[in-house]
Ligand binder design. Structure first.
Ligand code: HEC
Length: 449
């Protein structure tokens, strides 16, 4: 029996099911955004992710572009999408949430690596060791590879460390290191979510020149803070200034700073007048970007976001390697008549640990990987199977505690597409309630001018 088990993987590759048809029928709804390329834009997505797109984030001459976003922050959404938490080299991850981005119009759209898209994923319980991973589609699921351009990765940590030193040397005299507190100058927590990168460089080098221009935002800040003048830092290179803000961004996440749009919405007082107004002030400041948002307060109480930098499309995953690899257990599931389905997708998940195996198939047998082993004995696990045959849907679900050796059997039951969708939505709502974040009930529109 054992010998046979080791031979089986040879046959697996040829009969991997094509699960994209399941995804296209019952997958996560795509949220579509129209974006004006000539300005900075903050997108608030339905489940609480925030996406920042800068003026120069897209290499295009189009005035508007459309992008699509799918959030998969719960296990039910991940199952609907046929996702897994396995790395390309067979390791197991624990996920904090996944997000998918794609260009819709134009369908080919390059992201400027100089001004990458920023994403803040709401997470329940951020753990150290969390990294950003890129999705690599395989025949029957998506596996993960650690992203290179990763705000949470080692290179970024070095940059942030350099930023920490520069901040201490040049900025801490006036800006509090507890990033939600004002000092001689304003609190700077979360600032990178609300200010343009080039604007930050210019302002940091010569704020008084920006005010004199006048740049409307710089001018507005000055009305609040004058007569205290922020020193110039003309000696700092772009790279050094970027490092300072990389530090501020990372530190804001670490300190769980909840400064939001309200705090960065500098509205000139009604009775202030432009003394030296030129014909057109710099247009970095868009009041509409910072419209107070009724859900912001509630959501910001959760305080917990993971920030990532994205310069490519596709799936992204915030997660960390599972540290219990040596306690693996045997897991084999037999399903009745799997050949009767055109497509079958089987998952083994650990809801609390947020681990998701997309099972391999060989004939009637389904298993987690080449060695037939899965992580974590004595933990609550769940088996989910979705089958599709000629527009008829079949489903199986069971919660179990796995022992050291598990040989299980399942029979899928007939259901309808509507019933499946409803079931996944109810489960998602339960998961969100349990783990926060509060679902964001906006229609996810871009906040337009
Ligand atoms: C001498 C005190 C002082 C020092 C040193 C200082 N700042 Fe400031 N900073 C201010 C004041 C005051 C303001 C408010 C605007 C103004 O008065 O021009 C400000 C505003 C800012 C803003 C604008 C905040 C917003 O809401 O957009 C940024 C960004 C900033 N400072 C970054 C820095 C950085 C980075 C450093 C270090 C390289 C630094 N500051 C050093 C006093 C200072």
């Amino acid at each position: 029996m054992r010998a046979l088990l080791f031979l089986l993987p040879l046959f697996v590759i040829s009969c991997a099911p094509e699960i994209s048809s399941i995804r296209s029928e019952i997958g996560v709804e795509r949220q579509v955004f129209t974006i004006q390329t000539g300005r900075d834009t903050l997108l608030r997505c339905q489940d609480g992710s925030t996406i920042k797109i800068c003026t120069n984030s897209f290499l295009t001459t189009e005035k508007t572009v459309k992008i699509g976003v799918k959030e998969a922050l719960t296990m039910s959404d991940m199952i609907r999408e046929g996702l897994s938490t396995q790395t390309a080299d067979g390791n197991i991850l624990q996920t904090e949430g996944m997000i998918f981005l794609e260009p819709i119009q134009p369908s080919k759209l390059d992201i400027n690596p100089e001004y990458p898209i920023r994403i803040a994923l709401p997470v329940n319980n951020p753990q150290s060791g969390t990294r950003l991973y890129n999705g690599i589609p395989t025949e029957n699921t998506i596996v993960w590879k650690m992203a290179e351009n990763n705000f949470l990765n080692a290179a970024a940590l070095v940059q942030a460390e350099q930023g920490r030193q520069l901040f201490g040397q040049y900025c801490a005299a006036c800006h509090c290191t507890q990033l939600d507190q004002d000092l001689t100058g304003p609190a700077l927590g979360n600032i990178t979510l609300y200010r343009d990168k080039q604007w930050l460089r210019d302002f940091t080098r010569a704020s008084q020149e920006m005010i004199a221009k006048p740049d409307s935002l710089a001018w507005c800040l000055w009305q609040k803070w004058k007569p205290t003048v922020m020193s110039d830092f003309k000696q700092l290179s772009d790279q050094q200034i970027d490092a300072i803000y990389a530090f501020i961004e990372q530190e804001s996440a670490r300190q769980k700073i909840n400064l939001g749009p309200d705090d960065y919405n500098c509205i000139p007082k009604a009775d202030t007048i432009w003394t030296d107004t030129p014909s057109s002030p710099a247009s970095i400041y868009h009041e509409a970007d910072f419209t107070p948002d009724p859900f912001e307060k509630e959501r910001s109480q959760l305080n917990q976001y993971l920030f990532g930098t994205y310069d490519g499309w596709g799936w992204y995953n915030c997660d960390r390697l599972l540290q219990a690899e040596n306690s693996k257990i045997l897991f084999v599931l037999e399903i009745d008549n799997p050949e009767e389905f055109d497509v079958i997708q089987v998952h083994l998940s650990y809801p609390e640990e947020k681990i998701l195996y997309s099972l391999w198939q060989s004939g009637k047998t389904f298993f987690p990987g080449e060695d037939y082993k899965a992580a974590l004995p004595q933990k609550k696990a769940k088996i989910t199977a979705i089958g599709l045959h000629d527009k008829t849907w079949y489903y199986y679900e069971k919660e179990i505690i796995l022992g050291p050796e598990n040989r299980l059997h399942a029979t899928l039951k007939k259901t309808t597409k509507l019933a499946m969708k409803k079931q996944f939505k109810t489960k998602k709502a339960e998961e969100l309630k349990k783990s926060k974040p509060v679902p964001y009930e906006s229609n996810c529109l871009v906040q337009q001018q």
